[in-house]
Design a protein around this ligand. Structure first.
Ligand SMILES: Cc1cc2nc3c(=O)[nH]c(=O)nc-3n(C[C@H](O)[C@H](O)[C@H](O)COP(=O)(O)OP(=O)(O)OC[C@H]3O[C@@H](n4cnc5c(N)ncnc54)[C@H](O)[C@@H]3O)c2cc1C
Ligand SMILES: *[C@@H]1O[C@H](CO)[C@@H](O)[C@H](O)[C@H]1NC(C)=O
Length: 342
């Protein structure tokens, strides 16, 4: 039995784990490690500290299937739809570009439920607050070092964090990279932005008609969602929530500032855009240093093999594009490489 470690409990990591289990059944023992306190990665759903009836998506907002991916990734969409994880997005999203054949979906339980679905299907052992700091080659195994609590040995490792974070790892990763691979990873560019979630008392009803709106007349705010309405959570008696995404230029400009210092600027702009907004009971701000991929690794199959035996692979949206279909492509491609090496 091979011991496989997947680093990152985001969509790519959870899909890798799930597909690996479905292909190799009980021939593998799968562990998923994430440095965060919860799973989801950039498909993150947050809750205020003092309420279990509120939640909001701070990262990815909805899932789109284009006509071509609706075919090639059909099994993933139908699986999530029949599990009730995805539902058609029926409410009004102002400014959403619609192309023929596009289908938009929302997640009634929040975006992280997509990741949780695949994780639970995978039967993998999930370890949170496990921050990988380095990888060392030890004969036919990889010794994986973590920030707290020593290191462990695995027969294969898949890294699914953004390319800049792969380059930060210590140990033998740097040596495994060829000159051109290193250059390709260094050339990956991400946008940065801030996200703010506001949670309101249960009786608050938003006065605007949309569930989300792309903002075109602000240099600070790019997108606002009545998150609870978007997810039809209002009708389930869930607490109202609002999510704001800043523009990328604003994100870049304030990238090195503390989110506590940036949050008031965003809120001031929000009140200009939505005058009369009621007082929230709780606010959460998130800095997405690595938000979405602007430039991915060119001509990539969806993953990068750093070493064939013992296998060390990189995957994630850095190798495709930043959305659901990009992560599916990456996981499929990493799976076929892993199968061939195990
Ligand atoms: C603001 C925003 C809006 C978006 N909107 C959409 C949208 O509407 N639709 C859509 O389809 N996509 C959207 N995306 C993109 C989508 O969220 C990402 O493409 C997708 O979630 C990436 O998944 P991933 O698993 O590849 O990476 P991630 O989700 O980033 O997962 C990587 C994981 O690795 C962990 N990690 C990193 N370093 C380490 C380490 N050293 N040790 C252990 N763990 C580590 C991280 O904590 C993280 O959980 C959006 C993203 C953002 C930020
Ligand atoms: C994902 O993003 C890519 C690149 O921006 C785009 O070509 C593709 O159509 C998107 N996929 C979906 C399903 O929206």
């Amino acid at each position: 039995m091979s011991r496989v470690l997947i680093v990152g409990a985001g969509l790519t990591g959870s899909l890798c784990a799930c597909l690996l289990r479905r292909e190799l059944q009980n021939k593998v023992q799968i562990e998923v490690w994430d440095k965060a306190r919860g799973s989801g990665g950039r498909m993150s759903t947050t809750r205020p500290p003092d309420s279990s009836s509120h939640s909001a998506d701070l990262g990815a907002q909805y899932i789109t299937s284009t006509s071509s991916y609706a075919q090639s990734h059909q099994r993933f969409y139908s699986e999530l739809l029949s599990a009730g994880v995805l539902q058609p997005l029926d409410s009004l999203v102002e400014g959403l570009k619609h192309r023929d054949g596009d289908e938009n979906y929302m997640t009634p339980q929040g975006m992280s439920s997509v990741v949780k679905h695949f994780l639970s299907q995978s039967g993998a052992d999930l370890f949170l607050e496990r921050h990988v700091t380095g990888l060392y080659r030890r004969g036919a195994s990889w010794e994986v070092q973590r920030k707290v609590g020593g290191s462990e040995m695995f027969d294969a490792v898949v890294l699914t964090m953004p390319a800049p974070q792969i380059l930060q790892l210590q140990g033998d990763v740097g040596q495994m990279l060829s000159v051109s691979q290193k250059q390709q990873l260094e050339d990956v560019e991400f946008s940065s932005r801030f996200a703010v979630a506001l949670f309101f008392p249960p009786d608050v009803v938003f006065s605007f008609p949309w569930s989300a709106r792309y903002v075109s007349d602000s240099s600070i705010i790019r997108y606002i969602a009545a998150d609870s309405r978007k997810r039809n959570a209002d009708v389930l008696g869930r607490g109202p929530s609002l999510v704001v995404h800043t523009s990328v230029p604003f994100g870049l400009k304030h990238l090195e500032e503390d989110k506590e210092a940036v949050q008031p600027i965003i809120l001031q702009e929000l009140h200009k855009l939505l005058p009369g907004l009621p007082e929230p009971i709780s606010i959460k701000c998130q800095k997405w240093r690595y938000s979405q991929v602007l430039t991915s690794v060119p001509d990539s199959p969806g993953h990068m093999t750093l070493l064939q035996r013992p296998p060390l692979l990189c995957a994630g949206d850095s190798f495709v594009h930043s959305n659901f279909s990009g992560c599916v492509e990456s996981a499929l491609s990493a799976l076929s490489a892993l199968k061939a090496s195990l």
